[in-house]
Design a protein around this ligand. Structure first.
Ligand code: HEM
Length: 339
């Protein structure tokens, strides 16, 4: 099935000012937290491990999927960071968003925000859509739960009004996609990106992923990842599903899951994380190096431009967060880790 090329973005005139403001709100929370804790990302503060990987593009892709590096088989070194979404360091037993961030190195061609960089990033979480209809709702929720807990409910009521019950229900369901192992979970972009003339969402699907384990300690995800990486490594397939029409696969409405029945998944590449020992934390070695990097959906060639208002808001937020924490420049593959 060939996806449609009839997708469209709808960009509001006032977006730049609105999204600048949202990014500043997140950066303010980030600076406030740094008064008492080490400086770090505005969101996805806690890492469960930063690892080396290899990304192999598959050879027999359908013609429509053959875009950029996916135009021919090829192999790229990659950095991967597993994280929890909160802006604070919570025990892993707390419900939270869980994420995977993948950075390929050695990708040719001009990029959107760092034209000369050779990187291309993929970021994904456990849910295929989000309960927030706008970036304001997303940042509003983050702000509401970051401050005085007694004020959280009134703030949320002000933000979502009559939709509050339904949003909280979906949020809870999303967070309750409680995985017992991040090593064998499916991660989704949740938001679309361009794929040449097409628009897609993507996901990382475990291949023969490990069976579950009970995560009942504060750093249980790190321990679980380490236990798998000690012996055999982990494998994920990168899959894409293409835009069909504005009702089934909307570009601007981030609350709608693109169902596989409407937009079937196509496997395009394989991410291999070989057996390795995790750095003890983010204070030294590979762990510290990966902590210093910026994983950003906007690190991509124009042919893979992020689409939709939530993605455009990220273009402001990731920039502010990475500047605030003094993040490292894009790696170029000459780092010692690949030796
Ligand atoms: C709904 C789709 C989204 C997904 C799949 C996603 C995923 C992720 C992941 C996996 C990370 C961790 C990256 C790392 O390990 O370095 C991250 C970080 C971050 N996210 Fe998102 N995110 C989404 C939406 C948003 C939105 C809408 C905003 C704000 C408008 C946002 C703001 C941030 C910020 C500020 C960071 C930290 C950036 C840094 O300092 O490097 N995200 N996100």
């Amino acid at each position: 099935m060939i996806p449609s090329t009839e997708w469209q973005e709808r960009v509001a005139d006032d977006e730049t000012a609105r999204f600048d403001k949202l990014a500043a709100t997140l950066a303010d929370l980030q600076k406030k937290r740094a008064e008492r804790h080490p400086m770090g990302r505005a969101l996805h503060y806690k890492s469960h491990g930063g690892v080396l990987a290899t990304f192999a593009v598959q050879g027999d892709l359908p013609a429509w999927a053959q875009v950029g590096i996916f135009g021919q088989p090829g192999t790229f070194p990659a950095y991967v960071r597993f994280s929890s979404g909160s802006g604070s360091r919570q025990p892993d037993t707390e419900p939270d968003v869980r994420g995977i961030a993948v950075k390929l190195v050695g990708v040719p061609g001009e990029k959107i925000i760092h034209p000369d960089a050779t990187t291309q990033d993929f970021l994904a979480i456990l849910s295929p859509a989000v309960p927030f209809a706008t970036p304001e709702e997303f940042v509003g929720l983050v702000s509401a739960v970051s401050g005085n807990k007694l004020l959280a409910l009134p703030r949320l009521l002000g933000l979502f009004r009559l939709r509050l019950g339904s949003v909280l229900g979906k949020l809870k369901a999303g967070l309750d996609t409680r995985v017992d192992t991040m090593a064998g979970a499916t991660y989704y972009s949740a938001l679309p990106i361009r794929w040449g003339d097409y628009a897609v969402k993507y996901s990382f699907e475990p291949v023969a992923g490990p069976p579950g384990a009970t995560i009942d300690t504060a750093d249980g995800y790190r321990d679980d990842l380490q236990s798998h990486l000690q012996s055999r490594g982990l494998t994920f397939d990168l899959r894409i599903q293409g835009f069909v029409d504005e009702t089934k696969t909307p570009i601007e409405d981030s609350t709608v899951e693109w169902l596989a029945a409407d937009a079937p998944w196509v496997t395009v590449a394989r991410l291999e994380i070989p057996a390795q020992t995790l750095s003890a934390d983010e204070s030294e070695g590979l762990g510290a190096f990966i902590a210093s990097l910026v994983f950003d959906t906007w690190h991509a060639p124009e042919a893979f431009r992020p689409l939709g208002a939530m993605q455009r808001a990220r273009n402001h937020a990731y920039r502010d967060s990475s500047i605030t924490r003094g993040a490292a420049p894009e790696p170029d593959g000459t780092e010692p880790w690949h030796a």
